[in-house]
Ligand binder design. Structure first.
Ligand code: ADP
Ligand code: GLC
Length: 476
């Protein structure tokens, strides 16, 4: 099958979270299964720099509303995946984060930037396309490409079917009514059965409403979002479309995230030869200025610092954990309250706690390898990738039982299958109890070893998910 991925992020070039990881790895897994997958992504500076020779192969005209005429450039990723770079410098030649301006606020023209991405995806899937390649299915990811199924719905001569994957229901792409005209959508698209969501235009709602099929990134999250408590206003629509809604658990890039070959590590290691892990812990402690203490459990977080991730719970009880005694390493960026809170914590407990505010891929790898226990107390988590990286790196994850975390981590109380620690209520007390349980288990080396081994043996590759996606495309 011929599949067009439409995405606003792609690792390793442009990534703010797991969406980038997925778009960077799933196409190759599908291609290994014999499918012709190409990826449409904005030509951000990082991509243009990596592919300076990318030649223009088309200029989609007359896209409607205020949408400009962009160029489409062709490149090939190192893994062989063809990329279609959506080139319109006034929209995409901007430094930094794809969504936020220098002050940390959304770019004011995000509706046009991602409307253009959606519109060009639909163009490629329609008769208007001048490309010599016609996709059978357009696979859209998150609100940034949610308008593509809506455009396909209103375009004459539509040729492709659409699949809309929800990586996070919390990001809804809400814009005011005037953007309907600016985006070249017909008046008929306004309303409860179109792209309107309580007086706003919602890219997310548009995707949920118009895609031929909807998926999300874990079976548990697919169930949770159909409940009023966790459906973020979309539960009714999702229940209505439950026949076309499925949950496919993400995989991870097992080449990039492999402790046996990871170039970022102090020393590589594997389940059969785990000795090197200790050197990574010592190196991490040294790099971050922590006391060199092999005898203390080292807990870690790598995360966006947002309400979703439940890290306010961790901040509340961290002083108690550090006293246990234990060490804590945090790498993340996001909301000012959490950034300041964790920075202050590190100042107060210099030998036991190190906090790095920012986005640092290399450090993320070194933390996965150097830590003993990885913390993800998320309030909700569509899938979560770091718990799978942690399993693979012999760093048992401690997670809240939600979404993809519940689908990948089994509590150590199950002595045959346990690979981590799971708690349920989103409270400081429940988190503290789970951490105390994990630390007690860490102090029992025989038990810990078998827990690590089971985690490291888990198959988190993309193969299984790729088969599910292929079946879903075929059904369309
Ligand atoms: P989400 O997409 O909700 O942020 P995931 O667990 O799916 O959560 O994916 C997060 C990805 O982003 C992981 O690859 C993680 O390592 C990475 N990441 C998050 N914050 C940082 C950071 N501050 N520095 C480096 N990598 C980060
Ligand atoms: C989102 C979710 C995360 C998921 C990722 C990739 O950002 O928050 O749970 O792993 O997308 O699907």
């Amino acid at each position: 099958m011929k599949i067009l991925f439409a995405t606003s992020e792609i690792a390793p070039w442009v990534k703010t979270g797991g969406l980038g990881d997925v778009a960077g790895a799933l196409p190759a897994a599908l291609r290994a299964g014999g499918h012709d997958v190409r990826v449409l992504v904005p030509a951000y500076p990082a991509l243009l720099k990596s592919f300076p020779g990318a030649a223009e192969i088309a200029r989609p005209h007359w896209l409607g509303g205020l949408l400009p005429t962009p160029g489409l450039r062709e490149a090939v990723a190192p893994d062989g995946t063809p990329l279609l770079l959506l080139d319109y410098a006034p929209y995409f030649a901007r430094a930094g984060n794809p969504y936020l301006g220098p002050e940390g606020r959304d770019w004011l023209d995000n509706h046009l930037r991602f409307g253009l991405l959606s519109r060009v995806a639909a163009w490629i899937g329609s008769e208007a396309s001048t490309l010599d390649w016609q996709p059978d299915v357009i696979h859209c990811h998150d609100w940034q490409t949610g308008l593509a199924p809506a455009y396909l719905n209103y375009l004459p001569g539509r040729l492709a079917k659409s699949l809309f994957t929800v990586h996070n229901l919390a990001f809804q792409g809400l814009f005011d009514h005037a953007s309907l005209f600016e985006l070249g959508l017909p008046d008929a698209a306004w309303g409860m059965h179109g792209v309107e969501f309580y007086g706003y235009l919602s890219f997310l709602k548009a995707g949920l409403q118009h895609a031929d099929s909807i998926s999300t990134v874990s079976p548990s999250y697919a169930r949770e979002i159909q409940t009023d408590e966790e459906g973020m206003g979309m539960a009714g629509l999702l229940r209505h479309r439950s026949g076309q809604l499925s949950g496919i658990l993400n995989g991870i890039d097992t080449t990039l995230w492999n402790p046996a070959t990871d170039p970022h590590l102090e020393r590589t290691y594997s389940a059969r030869h785990p000795e090197g892990k200790a050197a990574n812990k010592a190196a991490l402690q040294a790099q971050l200025g922590l006391e060199p203490r092999p005898d203390l459990p080292l807990l870690a977080v790598v995360s966006r610092l947002t309400e979703q991730k439940g890290l306010d719970l961790l901040l509340d009880m961290a002083p108690q954990i550090l006293k246990t005694p234990a060490q804590l390493v945090v790498l993340g960026s996001g909301g000012p309250a959490l950034e300041h809170g964790f920075t202050a914590l590190a100042h107060k407990h210099k030998s036991r706690c190190a906090v790095t505010i920012g986005f640092d891929e290399a450090l993320a790898h070194r933390i996965e390898a150097g830590a003993d226990i990885f913390l993800m107390p998320s309030r909700f988590e569509p899938c979560g990738l770091n718990q799978m990286y942690s399993l693979r790196y012999g760093t048992p994850p401690l997670v809240r039982a939600t979404g993809g975390l519940a689908d990948t981590v089994i509590d150590a109380a199950d002595t045959r299958h346990g690979n981590g620690f799971v708690f349920a209520p989103a409270t400081t007390e429940a988190l503290l109890q789970a951490v105390q349980r994990a630390i007690a288990a860490w102090h029992d080396p025989v038990r810990w070893r078998s827990l690590q081994k089971r985690g490291m043996a888990r198959d988190s590759s993309w193969e299984g998910a790729a088969r599910h996606y292929a079946a879903l495309y075929a059904s369309l």
